[in-house]
Design a protein around this ligand. Structure first.
Ligand code: SF4
Length: 403
């Protein structure tokens, strides 16, 4: 019995032990489970965090991308705007440039070809056609001469010469003269450009036979056959207030240039003083000395005053006046008329053959002078009175003829 009890106790103990032993094991298990759960939770949390982080990163990345895209877009927009601004600026600049060109075109942006053609046409016409006002006085001279006289014969030859030259478009005389241009130009006009084109036109006119190969080196006598050289052609530019160009051309014969004269007054040989009576004396003296040389009947251009150079230049400028005009200065108008009438009574006549037509006209201008000097400068133009002029359009083509 005692043994049984003891055994029971042992068993009880064991079971107790077992029980007691089992409890901590459960706890441990629980702990482990808990730990695991915690770990899982932590892991979950960590995962969540990671995910969240990733999401945040993605968001951030997205934002950044958006920002970048936005930036790019902004840049593009800015670039576009900038392009537009540049385009606008370019347009504005080109408008300004166009305006500038237009402005220049009124002054100098002329069509070069058109200008060349205009100058060539001016040369051709001047060389081959006598202006109407000159032809009129030539015909009056012919009508004035007595029939069957040498004077009438000479005047008839002149008339026929004029007709043939016009019909055949050939120079009026074998001497096509010194080429003298007077060009009125707007402000800002580039003279050197005009000069180049003018030279080309002169060369062309020479090649085409409207001008004789007429310009030689003064020392060697060499003729390059182009009519171009120092002082030839002679081009005088004057600025005027118009926007267009006016060109006048004179072909001044050598024979008549030879009988031009200049008097320093008083001119004691004639008893000519420094007054209009003295001027009259020296002008008629020049006509007497010419005696028909210089291919009369001619026209006188006279300048009272100036220095020697300006005096001769201004006397030639008088030859651009129309023969039927009237001098604005009454005393000079009277003197001009008197000189022609008196000269035609001298009996010199056409070519000096005798007759009633020694002068076709006389035009007198004045320049200021120094008290110490008083010049009377006389330029003589032969019957082949070649002068013409044109007013040009803005592009350089001919608008109208001046004579
Ligand atoms: S002066 Fe006159 S007309 Fe006489 S040859 Fe000379 S250009 Fe001819």
């Amino acid at each position: 019995m005692a043994k049984k009890k003891a055994t029971k106790k042992k068993v009880a103990k064991k079971s107790t032990k077992k029980v007691t032993k089992k409890k901590p094991a459960k706890k441990a298990t629980k702990k482990k489970v808990a730990k695991k759960a915690t770990k899982k939770k932590v892991a979950k949390k960590a995962t969540k965090k990671k995910v969240a982080k990733k999401a945040t990163k993605k968001k951030a990345a997205k934002k950044a991308t958006k920002k970048k895209v936005a930036k790019k877009a902004t840049k593009k927009k800015v670039a576009k705007k900038a392009k537009k601004v540049v385009k606008k600026a370019k347009k504005a600049a080109s408008k300004v440039a166009k305006k500038a060109v237009k402005k220049v075109s009124t002054a100098q942006g002329i069509d070069k070809k058109a200008l060349f053609n205009s100058i060539l046409e001016l040369i051709k016409n001047t060389s081959t056609v006598i202006p109407d006002d000159v032809q009129k006085v030539i015909l009056e001279g012919l009508a004035r001469e007595e029939k069957n006289t040498t004077a009438e014969y000479a005047m008839n030859i002149i008339k026929n010469n004029i007709d043939i030259a016009k019909k055949k478009i050939q120079p009026l005389c074998q001497d096509t003269g010194t080429i003298i241009f007077y060009v009125d130009v707007p402000k800002g006009f580039v003279q050197s450009d005009f000069t180049k084109i003018c030279h080309k036109a002169v060369v062309k006119a020479t090649e085409m036979g409207y001008l004789r190969q007429n310009s030689v080196d003064s020392l060697t006598g060499e003729n390059k056959g182009m009519n171009i050289g120092p002082g030839h052609p002679s081009i005088h530019f004057h600025e005027h207030n118009k926007k267009t160009i006016e060109m006048k051309l004179m072909l001044k014969g050598g024979g008549c240039e030879n009988v031009g004269a200049q008097y320093a007054m008083p001119y004691n040989a004639l008893g000519a003083g420094r007054d209009l009576e003295g001027v009259r004396k020296v002008i008629l003296d020049a006509v007497q000395k010419a005696q028909g040389k210089g291919c009369g009947p001619g026209v006188l251009g006279v300048c009272i005053g100036g220095d020697r150079g300006a005096g001769y230049t201004h006397s030639k400028e008088q030859l651009f006046r129309k023969l039927d005009d009237t001098n604005e200065v009454e005393a000079l108008a009277e003197l001009e008329k008197d000189i022609v009438e008196t000269a035609n009574k001298l009996g010199i006549g056409p070519m000096g053959f005798g007759g009633k037509t020694t002068l076709l006209g006389c035009k007198i201008g004045t320049l200021n002078r120094l008290p110490a000097s008083y010049y009377v400068s006389i330029s003589y133009m032969c019957w082949a009175y070649r002068r013409q002029g044109v007013a040009l359009k803005g592009d350089g083509s001919i608008n109208k003829w001046l004579y």
